[in-house]
Ligand binder design. Structure first.
Ligand code: SAM
Ligand code: SF4
Length: 322
């Protein structure tokens, strides 16, 4: 369906849990957050019912996220249920990869269509410093498992590691046929307390090491990332630059939190609580979803001090789903 600004909303990010096995500094506090009790989390059958309604309204692609989606038991069952919904063509996963190698076969059997792996450095010490846990080897292993299985995979990096490590990470796209995408750190939750590199800084860094970036003319997904190639690279370099290259005018997405809140813009707490409406009819849910999408804000205001933005999001990224 179209929102109030004529944007077609066809992409739904579903957070299946607020829990995580890492503690990335820009996303979750060291001690974690107080985990939500199970009875406050949407059951798979609720997610599937809501997804059927979203599909009727025009959603064609779904991404499962979290917290860490793979810590929720039985995820392949949800993937299979989503793939069975008429209209839904893609069901992808965003994960830190720690648990992926062992779960990938069942997820692929269930119909998973793509994986985004979050990885900010290849250096074990920096990985430990950023995530406050061990695991770089497991995430890299998951990348190779995805490549061996032939599932489309992209690496997503929030660029806060030292420059030489960002260059090493970018070189994954030289050595493997995968896109490596740099995501500008957004001032949400703990992200407000850190400094990430901008697209401009990264472009200069990459070009000084690897040569000129050339726009990539092929198509890779339908999200906000813009892609480039570098001499001798098999894969692409992508930038998702919500701050320096705001893309709100082409936003195609809404988010469903693990607790059943339909969030219509990353920056604001704007949206509708769907969980209390689950006791009503599908028609009531559809009307509530449609009304919330019509109210989707025009744009974020990350450039403005958050205290000055009315209704600015107060949750952690792990509670929203990224
Ligand atoms: N645990 C999974 C993972 O890390 O891929 C899924 C959830 S995580 C919240 C989704 C994505 O959001 C990750 O790629 C993470 O790097 C990104 N993210 C978290 N906080 C962010 C922030 N403040 N700015 C930009 N990206 C952020
Ligand atoms: Fe967990 Fe992903 Fe947040 Fe890191 S970014 S703490 S892996 S939810």
């Amino acid at each position: 369906m179209l929102d109030g600004f004529g944007r077609s909303i066809d992409y739904l990010r579903i957070s299946v849990t607020d829990r995580c096995n890492l503690r990335c500094r820009y996303c979750m506090p060291e001690g974690g957050v107080e985990w939500l009790p199970h009875d406050q989390i949407l059951r798979f059958e609720d997610i599937l019912r809501l997804s059927r309604i979203f599909a009727r309204l025009g959603v064609r692609r779904v991404r499962l996220t979290g917290g860490e989606p793979l810590v929720r038991r039985g995820l392949p069952e949800l993937v299979a249920g989503l793939r069975a919904i008429p209209g839904i063509r893609e069901v992808a996963l965003t994960t830190n990869g720690i648990l992926l190698s062992q779960q990938l076969p069942a997820l692929l059997e269930a119909g998973l269509t793509g994986v985004n792996l979050s990885l900010d450095t290849l250096n074990e010490d920096t990985f430990r410093r950023i995530t406050r846990r061990e695991g770089v080897g497991r995430t890299l292993g998951a990348l190779d498992t995805c490549l061996a299985a032939g599932v489309p995979v992209k690496v997503n990096c929030v660029p806060i590691a030292p420059e030489e490590e960002l260059l090493e990470l970018a070189a994954l796209a030289r050595d493997k046929p995968i896109p490596v995408r740099f995501i500008e750190l957004m001032p949400i939750g703990l992200g407000k307390e850190l400094h990430g590199r901008s697209e401009g800084e990264l472009r200069a860094l990459l070009e000084s090491a690897y040569g000129p970036l050339t726009p990539y003319s092929g198509r890779l997904g339908s999200g906000p990332s813009r892609y480039w190639t570098l001499p001798g690279f098999q894969g692409q370099i992508g930038f998702i630059s919500a701050l320096s290259h705001q893309f709100c005018h082409q936003c195609n997405r809404v988010r469903l939190t693990a607790t059943g809140f339909l969030k219509t813009c990353l920056q604001y707490d704007r949206g509708v609580w769907l969980r209390p409406l689950l006791s009503g009819s599908d028609g009531e849910l559809e009307a509530a979803i449609g009304a919330a999408i019509l109210q989707k804000p025009a744009a974020h205001q990350f450039a403005q001090a958050q205290a000055q933005v009315p209704g600015a999001e107060g949750h952690m990224m792990s509670q929203i789903g990224g």
